[in-house]
Design a protein around this ligand. Sequence first.
Ligand code: DQA
Length: 148
Amino acid sequence: MNNKIIIINGPNLNLLGEREQSQYGSITFEKLKENCLKESKKLNLELNFIQSNIEGEIVDLIQNSRVNYDGMIINAAAFTHTSVAIRDALSIFKKPIIELHISNIYKREEFRHKSLISDLATGGIFGLGANGYILAIIAMQKILKNEN
Ligand code: DQA
């Protein structure tokens, strides 16, 4: 079917709606999840929307995804800038990857300008707020259908 996707969210994204609204807006994690599930359903994608604060858990998720999913959207949050382990796991996932950030990481502190995963991604979305998730789902559907 080629329609199973996973959205992996890294640390502190569970507190969307509460944390730094100037960067991430007011949408809650639960509402974001609901919106993503709705969009996926519309596009006939089967979505697993998941969050973890734990680096090793995210590594396990990525490893398991290589057999269970056709594409991955990942907002690795702070681990984007620090985690060689997540990078290494992503390099084993030989399917489409979209890197996602709610904020524009290049407009922020210098330590956020470096992503350890961008060169492994098919493409990326940043700075477009929570809507970036919806855009990423639409882009992934086109990639999986070879319409990109
Ligand atoms: C983020 C940007 C990261 O720098 C930050 O650590 C996050 C969220 C974003 O979605 O804009 O937690 O990935």
